[in-house]
Design a binder for this molecule. Structure first.
Ligand code: NAP
Length: 323
């Protein structure tokens, strides 16, 4: 049974072949493949095309380009997709309503759009430490983006928290700007890649504080003044004076638009099949929101390619069914 559009809209709502929600590398790559498959496609993005890539200093693992800033790669991808004539609208999506034949997308401005297939590429946002002083000092010394805020800490002292690729990369970026970078990680071993680890250890103005967690961020009227640390092995408490705290401790998937009936894992990432399709036919999830082994720009882009190809097949079948 096809799912009818709301009665008052029947006849005057255009049903797109595909709506892509999110303009990061997954969504933009899906846009390129969808245009090449001649799908009637619309891409909705509430912020800047490129998504989280815009907050990345240098990308050094995109094949064919030794080194490019995240912002430049974002612009290049958006230009590429626009060269195919893809319509990108700056719109916030409030809700996705799955149906049998097509699906509805409710926008924040109360309009509804319809499409036979949806690709959700909503990504996520930085995980917070959840310690006293973090929220109160956000924008006053606490930051989740070195590229955005590093400039304000020229010749100052900053703490970077985390042990993954992001923390290591951003500590290296900040080491070029700040006088001193304290890198605080809760374990002895880093999670981030070996090349980054070697570079961090070789950087003279990065000082490692391993087996340590930040328990509070201290401040005065001007902003951040330091952090309280606890040694995870001995329990010893100490303080580090600093002007800024950059937190890179992972990522929270933005699953707020993912409709009920879709399978998610315990961490809130969406489980799909190998076509990036959810349990709901015609609804695909790509990029950092999808459960997978490696979250990288290149794997997000690969998801976008796969989902767009699968969406094209889905649309063909739907139209063949006359729905
Ligand atoms: P991540 O790999 O999940 O690392 C998070 C780090 O934060 C871990 O070291 C973790 O410690 C630590 N952590 C988590 N919760 C914490 C807490 N409450 N308090 C203190 N420390 C905490 O996250 P990510 O670095 O943002 O990277 C996310 C994904 O993007 C990864 O797959 C990464 O490879 C990828 N990435 C790739 C690149 C690149 O290749 N250029 C750049 C950036 C990100 P434990 O290690 O003890 O768990």
């Amino acid at each position: 049974m096809p799912c009818p559009l709301p009665e008052k809209e029947t006849g005057n709502i255009h049903i797109h072949d595909l709506i892509i929600i999110g303009g990061g590398p997954g969504g933009l790559t899906a846009g390129i493949y969808a245009q090449r498959a001649a799908l009637d496609t619309l891409l909705l993005e509430k912020g800047l095309p490129g998504g989280q890539m815009n907050n990345t200093d240098m990308v050094e693992n995109w094949p064919g380009i030794e080194s490019i800033s995240g912002a430049e790669l974002s612009t290049a991808m958006a230009d590429h997709v626009r060269s195919y004539g893809l319509e990108i609208q700056q719109q916030e999506v409030r809700q996705i309503e799955p149906c049998l034949g097509h699906h509805l997308v409710h926008l924040a401005d109360d309009r509804k759009l319809a499409a036979y297939a949806l690709i959700i590429a909503a990504g996520g946002s930085p995980r917070k430490l959840g310690v006293p002083g973090e929220d109160a000092n956000y924008g006053k010394g606490v930051s989740y983006c070195a590229v955005c805020d590093g400039f304000f800490f020229r010749n100052k002292t900053v703490v970077v928290v985390g042990g993954g690729d992001s923390a290591l990369e951003e500590a290296l970026y900040l080491a070029k700007i700040a006088a001193k970078v304290y890198l605080v990680h809760r374990r002895e071993e880093f999670r981030g890649g070996m090349i980054l680890q070697k570079r961090v250890k070789a950087e003279k103005n990065i000082e490692l504080h391993l087996n340590a967690v930040v328990t509070a961020i201290q401040s005065d009227r001007q902003g951040v003044t330091g952090v309280a640390l606890e040694d995870t092995t001995s329990g010893e408490q100490r303080e580090l004076a600093c002007d800024g705290v950059f937190i890179f401790i992972g990522f929270m998937p933005d699953n707020s638009l993912v409709p009920a009936g879709t399978k998610m894992n315990a961490d809130g990432f969406v489980v799909t099949d190998e076509k990036c399709e959810t349990r709901l036919p015609g609804i695909f999830v790509v990029g950092d929101l999808r459960e997978k082994y490696v979250k990288q720009i290149i794997t997000a882009a690969a998801d976008g390619c796969i989902a767009a190809q699968a969406a094209a097949r889905h649309v063909e079948n739907r139209k063949g069914d006359g729905q």
